[in-house]
Design a protein around this ligand. Sequence first.
Ligand code: SAM
Length: 198
Amino acid sequence: MLDYKGIHYETHPEVYEPAEDTFLFAENLKVERKDNVLEIGTGTGLIAIIASRGCRTVTATDVNPQAIDCAVKNIIANKAYNVELKKGNLFEPVQDEKFDLILFNTPYLPTEEDERVDDALDAAWDGGADGREVIDRFLEGLKDHLNPGGRVQLVQSSLSNVERTLKKLKDMGFDASVTAREKFFFEEVVVITGTLKS
Ligand SMILES: C[S@@+](CC[C@H](N)C(=O)[O-])C[C@H]1O[C@@H](n2cnc3c(N)ncnc32)[C@H](O)[C@@H]1O
């Protein structure tokens, strides 16, 4: 059993174990009491549990079925009864729904074909050749799932072109900036926060 600030949670060999990027995200969430939140790629569910303590509802998704099983256990153990879990790819499980805040700690590492691993854990970091494969697909669907004035927070690395994400968000009508950053051995991990302009 792992612990983050009093939240006890478990993981699984095929589920992303919360790491520095998760903790940077946890410390820089901008959740408001009135929010209905969507978290894509919930992994163990830790971010969803933290967010759920400061908002109305959280819908948490993951493409990895092992992650959903793991998150169910953690959500029940932490009595996070306002969290609903759904399995699926990006916005597919929430097709007609809109949210006030959308969160995603993305798979942001540039990954060549021969670096791929053949299990569900690959989806936790595999961002394709330039690290942006999932980030760009996420950005394409984002606006359709936000209420007016809605916000987005995503985590990515300096290895997957932070400026490009900021430019895309601005072109889509967001005020967007890097709101947290931390340097690691070979990269900088950032939290980008955007608000849809009215
Ligand atoms: C870096 S991990 C983050 C996990 C967790 N949110 C955290 O911060 O510890 C990325 C997560 O996104 C999930 N994921 C990757 N691609 C996805 C997609 N297309 N749709 C939904 N989830 C996805 C992975 O399975 C993984 O659980």
